[in-house]
Design a protein around this ligand. Sequence first.
Ligand code: FES
Length: 143
Amino acid sequence: MHRRTFFRTTCLACAALSMPALLSSCAGIQPIAGTLEGEELVLPPDAFSTPDGKPKRYVVASHPQLKQPIAVFANSTGGYHAVLMRCTHKGVELRITGDRLECSAHGSTFDNTGAVLEGPASDPLRSFPVHERDGVIRISLKA
Ligand code: FES
């Protein structure tokens, strides 16, 4: 086998093998469209349930009037943390990895309450009060 053929074959095989993992990880963070009611972003009642009824650890909430989405994490006491997915270093949108938010630009990481775990960012993420009323999660967007 020629070297070029070998590299082409192995690269295609690697891409084919990694595609299902990439697709499944992307599917887990599909944003949920919230609705604005006054100064609250309201999530659908089933926002924290998977199609088979299992609880989700977090959701990503979006709305056309928000420049960047909000990550909402369920905590161990039945409450929620909501943080803007905008890096406080230079404003890049963050991605969720487990219970952390990571910035692909320069490597800052934040915990699910928005606290800085690793710089260069030094300020915490913007966080929002969250409350649940009648099974519906409401994120207060007040400054
Ligand atoms: S923009 Fe996020 S670490 Fe620089």
